[in-house]
Design a protein around this ligand. Structure first.
Ligand SMILES: Cc1cc2nc3c(=O)[nH]c(=O)nc-3n(C[C@H](O)[C@H](O)[C@H](O)COP(=O)(O)OP(=O)(O)OC[C@H]3O[C@@H](n4cnc5c(N)ncnc54)[C@H](O)[C@@H]3O)c2cc1C
Length: 548
């Protein structure tokens, strides 16, 4: 599988000063790539500028010691069927080059000590699986009602997110109506909604066990976000064939086919504004690049605090808007490599969500851990990427990888904030080592055959996230998905600065699918046309033509 010729290094690729682009996209995450590819499929030349040495934002992979790890993809929902919405959108963006590997019947396994619960593919199987474990009639009713509410919330999300793309005048007249139904779900916490369905704490603990997918425990998360994630995976999980880097590689080819480029090692220092219009970007090396439209997928906080010149931002009240939103959580990730094949190690595709023994109150568990690092991990998520990618064995014969994730407040790392990668000091390394060993012990409890077989391990911290993907507080999901976030009308593609658009996870929601839809909404707002329908219709035609 070749890397894309359309991804080059800014340092090595000599950009012709006379070269012109129709748009510049800041950041090569899923949101930015989506915008660039949509415009490219309309024949526009787009330049994507990425700060990191590799493309893809959180969809990037990194390689070390003969292994490769995915950073921000462990599974994606809604791509298990050629007619599924996300499947068609990915098809359109990659011109059919991106392939998906289904994760099988059980995508998530939830552990509370030795007891486990399986999340099965398909709404009916999901319900039936849980009902076997919760046989009381009132619990069974609650499970049915829960799935019903999840579906209703998702239904209501359509006009809510569509409203972000409509012209200002339409929003002014119809915006309130388009947003209202979803806000009824979004304005309440997940716990509030679930407590209306059941008093069974164990059932609530199980139903909200995927909270790590958006970072906030049920007492703090918006039910709208919970419902999006729950519904997203209801028809199963899938993984990109060939690993996460295939997303950026295949989408970059689409961008390149129209004469565009993705440049890595290309940090944008600031936006260039003239008469309150964005006309270009100033690179960290001082070079100026101009285009009629500028799209930022660097996150709304980075865009408004760092990229918009300070005085212009202040006069438009942009930093004040940010006071209404919070950063999402930070994390620690343990990346493991084994010199044995996935099959020999007996690893499966199902993700594990591991919780403290018999403790179903996620909010209390998080609070206890934030107060005391020696408390039980509130959640340990274990993913087996080498088992999920059918091409892994071909790419890395006789090797396997495992990723482990837990939450970590950024504040714990604040004292090392001025240090550089790999030079943060012995105390930092000692702290990491202690956490790594504790996480390994959790893994060995559930996969004891792995003990003594780890060939490589390294722990990332919120400082790694800050330095590699440019989120100042190591946040992994952009803005926090609490009820207040969904109230904010400024989280939309159009900004008060002409020709400057926002995209990515802050515009719709976190998740690769959320960031992709963010890109769809942004281009729809720019062009005054529904790009989701356009891309889906074109993809369905292409899929049909290919299969006949
Ligand atoms: C550990 C982890 C696990 C996850 N697991 C999953 C999962 O299993 N499934 C799922 O669907 N989602 C998952 N996610 C979430 C998902 O990866 C993200 O929500 C999504 O990829 C965000 O896309 P984005 O385009 O909005 O932003 P990003 O991917 O963050 O892209 C923004 C890009 O902008 C660049 N940038 C910032 N400032 C500048 C600048 N000044 N100049 C140039 N470039 C700049 C950054 O370097 C970055 O590459 C996970 C995330 C993490 C961190």
């Amino acid at each position: 599988m070749a890397r894309s010729d359309s991804i080059r290094s800014y340092k090595q690729h000599k950009l012709d000063p006379n070269e012109s682009f129709d748009a510049i996209v800041i950041g090569s995450g899923m949101g930015g790539l989506t915008c660039a590819a949509l415009l490219a499929r309309d024949g526009e030349r787009v330049l994507v500028l990425e700060k990191h040495y590799t493309a893809g934002g959180f969809t990037h992979v990194f390689k070390r010691s003969g292994y490769e790890w995915d950073v921000g993809i462990h599974y994606i929902g809604g791509v298990n069927h050629p007619r599924a919405l996300l499947y068609t959108l990915f098809h359109y963006l990659s011109r059919g080059e991106l392939e998906w590997a289904d994760m099988g019947e059980i995508y998530d396994r939830v552990w509370f000590g030795d007891e486990h619960f399986d999340f099965r593919k398909g709404a009916e199987n999901f319900k039936a699986g849980l009902k076997e474990r919760f046989p009381e009639p009132e619990d069974q009713q609650a499970i049915d009602r829960y799935v019903e509410l999840v579906k209703q919330a998702n239904e209501a999300s359509r006009t809510f997110f569509a409203e972000k793309a409509v012209p200002r005048a339409v929003s002014w007249v119809a915006g309130g109506r388009m947003r209202k139904k979803y806000l009824d779900f979004a304005g309440r916490t997940t716990r509030e909604v679930l407590e209306e369905l059941t008093r069974n704490e164990k059932l609530i603990g199980v139903l909200t066990a995927q909270y790590g997918d958006y970072g906030l425990p049920p007492g703090r998360s918006s039910f709208a976000m919970h419902a999006l994630v729950s519904n997203h995976y209801l028809h199963g999980g899938a993984f990109p064939v060939g690993g996460s880097s295939r997303i950026a590689e295949t989408v970059a080819e689409t961008i390149g086919a129209a004469g565009g480029l993705v440049l890595t090692n290309a940090p944008v220092e600031s936006l260039i504004l003239e008469r309150n219009a964005a006309v270009g970007v100033r690179m960290a090396d001082g070079r100026e690049l101009r285009a009629p439209n500028i799209i930022s997928s660097a996150g709304v906080v980075n865009t408004y605090r760092k990229l918009v010149p300070e005085e212009a931002g202040r006069s438009l009240g942009l930093p004040q808007q940010l006071d209404a939103v919070q950063p999402s959580v930070a994390h620690m990730g343990l990346y493991l490599g084994f010199k044995e094949s996935t099959a020999d190690l007996g690893l499966n595709k199902t993700n594990y969500w591991i919780y403290p023994d018999g403790s179903y109150d996620h909010d209390k568990n998080v609070e206890a851990f934030v107060a005391d690092v020696n408390a039980d991990f509130p959640v340990v998520y274990v993913s087996f990427p080498s088992a999920k990618d059918p091409k892994w064995e071909e790419r890395y014969p006789g090797r396997a990888t495992v990723d482990i994730i837990t939450l970590a407040p950024y504040e714990w790392f604040d004292r090392w904030k001025d240090s550089r990668w790999k030079k943060r000091g012995d105390d930092y390394e000692a702290f990491k080592e202690q956490i790594s060993q504790r996480l390994l012990e959790v893994l060995y409890r559930y996969e004891p055959q792995l003990r003594g077989k780890v060939d490589h391990y390294e722990l990332s911290t919120p400082l790694s996230t800050r330095d590699f993907v440019s989120y100042e507080l190591g946040e992994i999901y952009g803005l926090s998905h609490d009820p207040a976030r969904f109230e904010q009308r400024f989280l939309r593609p159009r900004t008060p600065i002409k020709n400057l658009y926002l995209t990515g996870q802050d515009i719709v929601t976190c998740g690769v699918g959320g960031a992709l839809l963010g890109g769809m909404v942004t281009v729809s707002a720019m062009k005054g046309r529904d790009y989701i329908s356009k891309a889906r219709a074109a993809a369905l035609q292409e899929i049909e033509a290919h299969s006949s």
